[in-house]
Design a protein around this ligand. Structure first.
Ligand SMILES: [Zn+2]
Ligand SMILES: [Zn+2]
Length: 275
């Protein structure tokens, strides 16, 4: 599979020269079956979703978008997704919702995307769109086996995804606020077990984490420890703090030069081929 990192930032976009190299768009990852094909599976719809249109070479998007949760940094690219907002688009979108309020998933999404917050609602996107709830378990989307697990995070139901094409597996856990900094989350370790790539929340450093623990995110060290426990091939530090400059991200990577698992820092616009 070919994995396009279209947005790697957490919380809010980070424009500016000091963020240009790692990128400022919020969470979005687009997956194609191999290098020669268009992405058909998109994980999260942060502002990085705008970049997915550019990968389609003028075509409409026809595929599935899976949201980990509905926080702004994971949905605000939706109304700006040119390849999805046109008459020939065909998009299936799934998201975790708790269902307690009796609202349809599209109505939960519309609470943040409708007047007066935004000029249009999700139902007004052009093309064919469907909006569905997703539950933990094993599913199949666009020819991939997708395993869904609940992930602890602050403010609404959140899931992580494991995408498997029968040869390689990538695990995506962009927002993860474990109940304790000392304890690895068993469900996340299980989701990532033996995967080739683990894209994991690395919003904080170990030093910052105690003062920011209540934000509901992980430290880079916690992300690496999770990858190590799960026996993954490589940990990709993801969901960078919006204030983390390029120079700081370079230094963050330096911390893991001698780690017993390969570690890289997610760079917007980069492409990871796993065949
Ligand atoms: Zn986030
Ligand atoms: Zn979040």
């Amino acid at each position: 599979m070919r994995i396009h990192l279209c947005g790697v930032r957490g919380s809010t976009p980070s424009p500016g020269a000091e963020f240009a190299r790692f990128g400022g768009h919020t969470s979005c990852v687009a997956i194609a079956h191999d290098g020669g094909t268009a992405p058909v599976l998109v994980l999260d719809a942060g502002t990085g979703l705008r970049r997915v249109s550019g990968l389609l070479e003028g075509d409409a998007f026809r595929g599935t978008i899976l949201l980990t949760h509905l926080h702004w940094d994971h949905v605000q690219g939706l109304p700006f997704f040119a390849a999805g907002d046109r008459p020939d688009a065909d998009v299936r979108m799934l998201m975790p919702v708790d269902g307690d309020d009796g609202l349809e998933p599209v109505d939960v999404l519309a609470r943040g995307m409708s007047p007066p917050h935004f000029p249009i609602t999700p139902r007004e996107l052009r093309g064919r769109w469907s909006f569905e709830a997703i539950k933990p378990g094993v599913h199949e989307f666009e020819g991939f086996v997708v395993t869904v697990a609940e992930v602890p995070h602050k403010g609404g139901p959140t899931v992580g995804y494991r995408v498997d094409d029968g040869r390689q597996a990538v695990v995506y856990v962009p927002d993860h606020g474990p109940p304790s900094p000392e304890e690895l989350d068993a469900a996340v370790v299980e989701l990532a077990r033996g995967a080739d790539l683990l894209l994991h929340d690395a919003q904080h450093t170990a030093e910052e984490w105690p003062g920011r623990f209540h934000f509901g995110h992980s430290s880079a060290e916690y992300a690496v420890a999770t990858g190590l426990a799960a026996g993954v091939g490589e940990v990709v530090l993801f969901h960078h703090d919006p204030g983390r400059t390029d120079a700081e991200l370079d230094r963050l990577l330096d911390r893991f030069q001698d780690a017993p698992v390969a570690v890289r820092v997610a760079v917007e616009g980069s492409v990871l081929d796993r065949t």
